[in-house]
Design a binder for this molecule. Structure first.
Ligand SMILES: [Cu+2]
Length: 249
């Protein structure tokens, strides 16, 4: 039976490894957050995703540090000394330790599944939304608005919830504006949806993120998030252009 720390030397080992684990967690956690794109970005939906990602990063940093600190410390402190040919102490298990490392991960997984459901719910629901239909085809995008306006670029007003219905004309594509966070597949024969509330004015790129053939790499579209008056003006201009085309035909 493995002894839990009893003597003061045993306790010292655990305290040192505990401190190393905490230091490792902090250093690795901040390092990963600095190099990974985990900040909330340019949509309301990006915020819960970024938060969940950051919680994961801290958990990953802790678990990595816990394992590595115990391993490296043991390798170094309990290494074989010169002329020591004796066998290591025999032990057959530790019930308390086994219960801990079964129950703690179980609780973590259950808690994370609830946070995951909540995040999925936050990022895939909405109401009172502007509707846009986005069609993906080899290898371009088309956007149709309910008033009949059709465009090769997607223009949206800032801070307004949008429901994008996605349809594929040929093969599977995937809709992703990296700065917004969520991504959704387009599947021929069905309509999928993406709820998004862009909250930062700017110019973005929509990319197809499902390998869909030879020119998949060039399947891009311009996306502009603009103040509401600019959106209305763009819409009016588009409508006027399209009506003119209809008249001249
Ligand atoms: Cu594609």
């Amino acid at each position: 039976m493995l002894k839990l720390p009893q003597t003061s030397t045993d306790r010292r080992h655990f305290i040192i490894v505990g401190v190393l684990t905490v230091v490792g967690t902090v250093v690795l956690g901040f390092f990963l957050l600095a190099i990974l794109p985990v900040k909330a970005q340019n949509s309301v939906q990006a915020e819960p995703i970024a938060w969940l990602f950051q919680v994961h990063v801290w958990l990953i940093a802790f678990l990595f540090s816990l394992v590595v600190a115990f391993m490296l410390y043991s390798l170094f402190v309990f290494r074989r000394r010169k002329n020591d040919d004796s066998d290591g102490e025999h032990f057959e298990g530790n019930t308390a330790l086994e219960i801990i490392w079964t129950v703690v991960p179980l609780v973590l997984v259950v808690v994370f599944s609830f946070i995951g459901i909540q995040t999925l719910n936050d990022t895939t629901s909405g109401g009172n939304e502007i509707q846009v239909k986005a069609t993906g085809l080899q290898w371009s995008w088309r956007f149709d608005y309910p008033n009949g306006v059709t465009s090769a670029e997607m223009v949206l007003p800032v801070d307004k919830p949008v429901l994008i219905s996605l349809e594929a004309q040929d093969v599977i594509h995937s809709f992703w504006v990296a700065e917004w966070g969520p991504k959704q597949d387009l599947v021929p024969g069905m309509t999928t949806t993406l709820h998004i509330t862009p909250n930062t004015v700017g110019e973005y790129k929509l990319r197809c993120t499902e390998l869909c053939g030879l020119s998949h790499w060039s399947m891009l579209a311009d996306v502009r998030v603009v103040p509401e008056d600019e959106y209305t003006a763009w819409m009016d201009q588009k409508l006027a252009e399209q009506n003119l085309q209809t008249v001249s035909r």
